[in-house]
Design a protein around this ligand. Structure first.
Ligand code: SDX
Length: 429
């Protein structure tokens, strides 16, 4: 017997069924609300609104749980690798040996960009933000492959997935190399996903380059930790764009722009800029915690707080441990790390943060590792996008295959002027 919720409005009672999830979470199915009551819901920011059912990722914000296709993030970070995790998210199961080798082969063998794409990089002004470049170039792939981007053809969807996963590291590396006036590199298919990316980023034609296994492993874990996060802002963007049957390149290009915002994936860049500012200001942490608590001060502690996690973000726990390991191995002493540790210690004991349940999120420590690995700060959100790409793909693919597929089109409550007549210019004073 399906549980129901009753709403009484203007003396009439209307019943709506409940949708129940794997772990008992419940939602009111209000898809018939307007047709039966004339009412719409009102929920700015979708604080209490589910947009879909999904089999991909489960979060428990109170317990700090994150599962990809049912597997805890801690186990994947410890035992898996990014390409395998991407397969899991996209296809729903861990791959067999043959499935992984097929997937890996195709992801690797699409890593080159069409030579004409280099002209796009020549067209940008000096030092463009790499997120703008990444979104523009990913969007441009829809022109280079425009005859193979059907959203209902399985083979075209598969090759587009392989192209995106393979080419985003090359696109990212190109934007960095272009910004420092170095030649655009070619991928090295003999290297793994992260090793190839590090080589494209940091090698030059003048001397041999050895991939540092510590750096490659740290990057691989970070990409796994960023790979999906249910219906966050950028993933919801990818779904909404895909709901018009727009192709995957276009949907991901829009997702990259959504991720760029400092309240979302751009926070990893904003955290480092905040830590730098505190460092430059003599390390006066109490001053910045007070600013964050001051309702009249727009300053926020970047890297703190989360819409869903009202406890520690499980990813930030893993990243904090990874940061210690990386700093030890690459012999980096970063004063910003000390400031971050002190900031976390103060904030997680402070009444304001405890009461508002503000804990370090995935962005709080990740930038310190990227910095230790030599990435320039503006590249940090692009590294987030590289990690989140398989999640965006998996969610877009799930949407396209949804038996109840519909274009996303929210309603509104209009609060503007009531009906009035046009006033000719001569009568407007
Ligand atoms: C990501 O959704 C996801 O899953 C995102 C993500 C993913 O993997 O896709 O996890 C990645 O985007 C992580 C979040 C990165 N952003 C930041 O670190 C930016 C700083 N944090 C915030 O701006 C904020 O916490 C958000 C955007 C993350 C969440 O915002 P909400 O859920 O809309 O909460 P809110 O802004 O309404 O804040 C609730 C209260 C407010 O105070 P009151 O108005 O109730 O008095 O907490 C305060 C806020 O002022 N608050 C903060 C704060 N974050 C919230 N106060 C100081 N410092 C902060 N960082």
């Amino acid at each position: 017997m399906t549980e129901k919720v009753a709403i009484t409005f203007q003396g009439k009672t209307f019943e709506f069924p409940l949708v129940e999830g794997t772990f008992g979470e419940k939602g009111i199915d209000i898809s018939t609300l307007r047709s039966t009551t004339g009412l719409v819901t009102f929920d700015p920011g979708y604080m209490s609104t589910g947009s879909c059912t999904s089999d991909i990722t489960f979060l428990d914000g109170e317990k700090g749980i994150l599962l990809y296709r049912g597997i805890p993030i801690e186990q994947l970070a410890d035992k898996s690798n990014f390409v395998e995790t991407a397969y899991l998210l996209i296809h729903g199961e861990l791959p067999t040996k043959d499935e992984l080798s097929y997937f890996n082969h195709h992801v690797v063998h699409h890593s080159m960009l069409h030579e004409a794409i280099k002209n796009l990089y020549d067209g940008f002004p000096n030092n463009p933000h790499p997120m703008a470049v990444a979104s523009a170039v990913v969007g441009s792939l829809a022109t280079f492959y425009q005859n193979e981007i059907s959203v209902r053809d399985e083979r075209e969807i598969e090759i587009t997935i392989h192209r995106l996963l393979a080419k985003l590291p090359t696109i990212a590396a190109y934007s960095y190399k272009k910004s420092i006036g170095q030649p655009l590199p070619y991928p090295d298919n003999a290297l793994g996903y992260c090793g190839n990316f590090l080589k494209m980023m940091f090698s030059t034609p003048c001397e041999p380059y050895e991939v540092d296994p510590v750096a490659a492993k740290a990057l691989d874990v970070l990409l796994i930790l960023h790979a999906d996060h249910e219906q966050n802002c950028s993933t919801s963007t990818v779904r909404l764009v895909g709901s018009s049957m727009s192709n995957l390149f276009a949907s991901v290009s829009a997702g990259i722009y959504a991720l760029w915002g400092p309240l979302h994936g751009g926070a990893n860049q904003a955290v480092i800029e905040m830590l730098e500012a505190i460092h430059q200001d003599g390390g006066d942490i109490d001053k910045y915690v007070a600013k964050a608590k001051d309702a009249n001060d727009p300053f926020r502690l970047m890297g703190f707080g989360h819409r869903v996690y009202k406890n520690f973000d499980p990813r930030s726990k893993i990243i904090k441990k990874l940061a210690h390991q990386v700093f030890e191995k690459v012999k980096v002493h970063d004063p910003l790390f000390e400031i971050a540790l002190k900031l976390e210690d103060i904030a997680t004991r402070d009444e304001y943060f405890l009461e508002k349940k503000l804990y370090p999120n995935v962005d709080f420590y990740s930038g310190l590792i990227y910095k230790a690995l030599g990435f320039p700060v503006p590249m940090f959100p692009v590294l987030f996008a590289m990690g989140r790409l398989p999640g965006w793909i998996a969610q877009w693919k799930e949407l396209q295959a949804d038996k109840d597929f519909k274009i996303g089109r929210p309603r509104q409550i209009y609060t503007g002027k009531s009906t009035r007549d046009y006033v000719p210019l001569t009568d407007r004073g």
